[in-house]
Write a protein that binds this ligand. Structure first.
Ligand code: PGA
Length: 231
């Protein structure tokens, strides 16, 4: 049985009040659910929410690991506004690097992304590295690769966009695995929903998904997870 990896990405959404409501919804759903070793759920939240979310996850013993959505390419020091890997590692186990929105809106280059990966690895953060095409370079030390073709990503409503076909996503995942060493997991991101997710997770080379819009409601996110593993 393969291990399914679901990483929700809240992007630039949610105040603390909204995050608490999300946790309440998720808690209700997850209490009906039997945890399994074959499922990993990661929630990538804004930096401001990592600390209080970690507390709530611990208090309620939720089957969730935390991830940041970014990390500084530098270490500690005179880099105003940057959050470094050591600071992230205090509250999160994972970090998303290379998301197309970071590349597009913040001008992040392969060189900067490589530096971020080095910083993350140095403190033991696990990396979900986003690539937009099968030939996008992948730095060393990445734990999970997320294939997220730019045109398939929703602007908030995953039902309003056309996702990549599961067959194409599977073909890309196979190529990535063939050209990597070890047990790299490959997931797909782009307009995934509770209704279409099993079409992806049932593909032989796809190990999970990276939902953005569909992770914004705790109930919908959990519904998506249930369908993802029901394959
Ligand atoms: P979406 O986001 O699920 O809202 O399309 C996916 C992504 O950003 O990779």
């Amino acid at each position: 049985m393969k291990r399914i990896f679901v990483a929700g990405n809240w992007k630039s959404n949610k105040t603390w009040e909204e995050a608490k409501s999300w946790i309440d919804e998720f808690k209700v759903q997850s209490s009906k659910f039997k945890a399994t070793e074959n499922l990993k759920i990661v929630l990538c939240s804004p930096f401001t929410l990592l600390f209080p979310l970690k507390e709530l996850i611990n208090v309620h013993k939720l089957p969730l690991e935390l991830g940041a959505q970014d990390v500084s390419p530098f270490g500690e020091g005179t880099y105003t506004g940057a959050v470094n890997a050591k600071q992230v590692k205090e509250f999160a186990d994972w970090v998303l690097i290379g998301h197309s929105e970071r590349r597009k809106h913040f001008g992040e280059t392969e060189d900067v992304l490589q530096k971020k990966a080095i910083q993350a690895k140095a403190v033991g953060l696990k990396i979900i590295y986003c690539i937009q095409a099968e030939n996008t370079p992948i730095p060393d030390g990445v734990d999970v690769v997320a294939y997220e073709p730019v045109w398939a990503i929703s602007t908030g409503d995953p039902y309003a966009t056309k996702p990549e076909t599961p067959e194409n996503a599977n073909r890309v995942a196979e190529k990535i695995k063939q050209s990597s060493s070890g047990n790299l997991q490959v997931i797909y991101g782009g307009s995934t929903t509770p209704e279409n997710v099993a079409n992806y997770t049932s593909q032989s080379h796809l190990d999970g998904v990276l939902p953005g819009g569909a992770s914004l409601s705790g109930t919908t996110f959990f519904e998506l997870i249930s369908h993802a593993i029901n394959i």
